[in-house]
Design a protein around this ligand. Structure first.
Ligand SMILES: NC(=O)c1ccc[n+]([C@@H]2O[C@H](COP(=O)([O-])OP(=O)(O)OC[C@H]3O[C@@H](n4cnc5c(N)ncnc54)[C@H](OP(=O)(O)O)[C@@H]3O)[C@@H](O)[C@H]2O)c1
Length: 279
């Protein structure tokens, strides 16, 4: 829902969009306090207020821990992180107000904070869960070591990380291996590289597009479905988010759940992504 403010939808159109997602089996909606300069949660919350029956049919994810310089937060003099227990609790409570709900299904720490004290974060998470304001907790953009350090103090249900054929680092920096070992599914942001998979003009992206398109045409699937299938085929069972506001594009993402790629095709995409063969 990062981009919800760009979609120019009325409240009624947002309600319809959520209902269309539900009809496709897409029930989880990813937010952060800061999206849309602190306005995205409120746009979604207005739709929930207009159609309250939606709330029990969806899962709400939100994040906290980044403080943006923004007209909406004039007290912020510099962009910084705040993972103090006090800020985590206050931010979650503000998200509940914006989303017009009494609980979020999942609260994430948005980015690892150099000043983060794992015990403080665990205490805030435990307090919010105890109060029923947050049902599950997790993190985003954490290294394997950061994830495991916090996970020893409070059970985390995901690490939401960037991954796409244009950003393959989590395959090789232990992020996915570590989560797989713990039986924790990563969530994936920018699975289509924020749209750059379609638009980037450099040679590597051109080759990658050509390889994905050849596979897509041969197996009679849309281009983006192949990318989603490529991501979801990993044994850590990643859960990709899609950033599109077009219901047709979301249907194409969902179609990626209906087939798997041969190992040869999976590795052809990896080879094009990295620019070299595996050893
Ligand atoms: N945890 C974090 O740090 C973090 C960071 C960034 C994002 N996120 C989350 O991840 C979500 C997804 O990220 P993202 O928006 O960058 O994801 P994405 O799905 O990789 O990119 C979506 C963008 O690609 C465009 N696009 C172009 N052609 C498309 C096609 N055929 N199918 C689908 N999209 C196409 C979309 O435009 P159209 O709308 O015109 O389709 C949209 O602007 C965000 O909404 C946010 O909730 C989390």
């Amino acid at each position: 829902m990062w981009r919800i403010g760009d979609w120019g939808m009325t409240v009624e159109q947002r309600v319809t969009f959520i209902e269309q997602c539900l009809a496709l089996g897409v029930t989880s909606f990813d937010h952060a306090d800061i999206y849309g300069n602190y306005s995205a949660e409120g746009l979604f919350g207005a739709a929930l207020q207009a159609q309250p029956s939606l709330r029990d049919r969806i899962q709400l994810v939100t994040k906290c821990g980044i403080k943006l310089v923004s007209p909406a937060r004039p007290q912020h003099a510099i962009q910084h992180y705040d993972t103090s227990a006090e800020h985590i609790v206050a931010s979650a409570e503000e998200s509940l107000r914006q989303l017009q709900t009494d609980r979020v299904d999942l609260l994430l720490i948005h980015r690892p904070d150099p000043l983060m004290d794992f015990d403080d974060v665990a205490e805030a998470f435990t307090r919010l869960r105890g109060a029923g304001k947050v049902l599950h907790v997790g993190v985003s953009n954490f290294s394997r070591h950061q994830f495991e350090s916090l996970n020893r103090r409070v059970a985390l249900v995901t690490n939401q990380v960037e991954f796409s054929p244009l950003h393959t680092a989590p395959l090789f920096d232990e992020t996915f291996d570590g989560l797989h070992d713990l039986g924790v599914a990563p969530m994936i942001w920018s699975p289509l590289a924020g749209g750059r998979l379609f638009t980037a003009a450099d040679a590597r992206a051109e080759t990658l597009r050509h390889v994905i398109k050849e596979i897509a045409d041969r197996i009679h699937q849309p281009f983006a479905s192949v990318v989603f299938a490529w991501i979801m085929q990993l044994p850590s069972k990643p859960l990709p988010l899609t950033g599109s506001g077009r219901i047709e594009a979301i249907a194409v993402a969902v179609a990626g759940t209906t087939f798997t790629l041969s190992r040869a095709d999976w590795f052809a995409i990896l080879r094009a992504a990295r620019g070299h063969e595996v050893a």
